[in-house]
Design a protein around this ligand. Structure first.
Ligand SMILES: *Cc1c(COP(=O)(O)O)cnc(C)c1O
Length: 403
């Protein structure tokens, strides 16, 4: 008989998006007329198409696959083609982080690496996750039987949890700009986390999936602009939100050469070597045409075209934030992030507010309670819709709440 990984039974039910879908369905069935004007501001997926230079590069690469001379099969290392790793390295340089091409591994996206990275760590680690958080961090650790403790992100700390020196952790997940709260760590705050990790010999797993949305100067685009970070941090990034690659699939993970931990015999072990071994056994790389498409993202023209899409979303974020300002609603995010995390008015719970927006103005958002206990009473709106729908939703919200 095959024994099961019964850690799966400890996972919280994948309840959030199922429950949202269920409530929308029930409402639509009973109110077919109203349901026609539904505006969805809950989904964390992009809506703008790929940049034309990216599509051109993918097509060109697909053509190469047609001829024996230019056909490509398995990639030698599975770590990504040099052309792309070099492009990512140069990109890091453009915002002041020194990351060599050798320290970068190309992936099929950030979610898989955020989950798989725990393969290189043993059992018995204390894993620290901020609450609320992107569910992958907790779920993947629960699946592996790891103990997860939480650092509270709350209204009081601007939803940017800081280290508690009295708590010891071995692995720390940070996400800035944050999903779901849109909050960010400033350089000073991130430095505190890096120092905490160095003092505890802990490893930070830094999810930078939204770095391209950063607009403020004192908010780092990479943890590696902080001194000492290369000794304690793994950075995981993705082209999903930067360049609309949610359906195309490409990301990159940085494990610096200097990131070393001791094994139980006291020997220094490079984490990059372990990850290389893990990926070598279980991963065969990202498709060649997609890596060419990703390379195009980092060209001058690619950056220009991708920035236009990001600006489009940023304009939506500005409209949502402005509406909250007008209504006197507290929120985080919107400035360096496509997410606005708002406090439900009049002390409402997340799900009550969800139902009110759905039934009164046919706007769908995401109840904060689905991202952790500190999310209750909070609500996430995303800027990934069209200008027209975003403006319309905000007009309806004003009509509803101004009275
Ligand atoms: C969207 C998102 C990602 C990106 O995941 P991919 O697998 O690269 O699409 C990573 N982390 C967070 C927090 C996200 O919201």
């Amino acid at each position: 008989m095959a024994k099961l990984n019964e850690n799966f039974f400890k996972l919280k039910k994948n309840y959030l998006f199922i429950e949202i879908a269920k409530r929308i369905r029930e409402y639509s069935d009973s109110h077919p007329q109203e349901a026609k004007r539904l505006i969805r501001m809950g989904i964390g997926d992009v809506t703008r198409p790929l940049a034309p230079v990216v599509v051109e590069a993918i097509k060109k690469a697909a053509d190469e696959m047609q001829y024996r001379e230019t056909f490509r099969g398995y990639e030698d290392s599975g770590a990504g083609y040099d052309f792309l790793r070099k492009a990512v390295s140069d990109y890091y340089k453009s915002f002041g982080a020194e990351v060599s091409a050798d320290e970068i591994r190309i992936s099929d996206g950030a979610k898989s690496d955020c989950g798989n990275i725990i393969d290189i760590f043993g059992s018995g680690n204390t894993v620290l996750v901020t609450d609320p958080a992107y569910p992958v961090y907790v779920d993947s650790n629960v699946m592996s039987g790891n103990e997860v403790i939480f650092a509270d992100s709350t209204e009081e700390n601007g939803f940017a949890a800081m280290p508690d020196k009295s708590v010891r952790a071995d692995l720390i997940y940070l996400c800035s700009p944050n999903n779901p709260t849109g909050s960010v760590y400033t350089t000073e705050q991130l430095r505190e986390w890096v120092n905490y990790a160095l003092e505890n010999n802990a490893v930070i797993i830094y999810d930078a999936a939204y770095e391209a949305f950063i607009t403020e100067d004192n908010v780092p685009r990479s943890i590696y602009v902080i001194e000492g970070a290369k000794k304690c941090a793994i950075e995981i990034c993705s082209l999903s939100k930067t360049a609309g690659f949610t359906g195309t699939r490409c990301g990159y993970t940085v494990i610096p050469d200097e990131l070393v931990q001791k094994d139980s015999a006291g020997n220094d072990v490079k984490l990059a070597d372990l990850w290389g071994r893990r990926q070598g056994s279980k991963f065969n790389g990202v498709s060649y045409p997609i890596q060419r498409g990703a390379e195009a993202v980092f060209t001058q023209e690619g950056q220009k075209q991708c920035r236009e899409n990001i600006s489009y979303y940023q304009e939506n974020a500005r409209v949502i934030a402005q509406t909250c300002d007008e209504l006197g609603i507290k929120y985080t995010g919107g400035v360096n992030s496509p997410y606005i995390w708002l406090k439900c008015p009049n002390g409402m719970g997340s799900w009550d507010f969800f139902d009110m927006l759905l039934t009164k103005i046919q706007v769908v958002g995401t109840p904060g309670a689905g991202f952790g206990k500190n999310g209750d009473g909070w609500f996430r709106l995303t800027a990934f819709g069209t200008h027209e729908a975003t403006k319309e939703a905000m007009e309806r919200l004003k009509d509803l709440l101004k009275k």
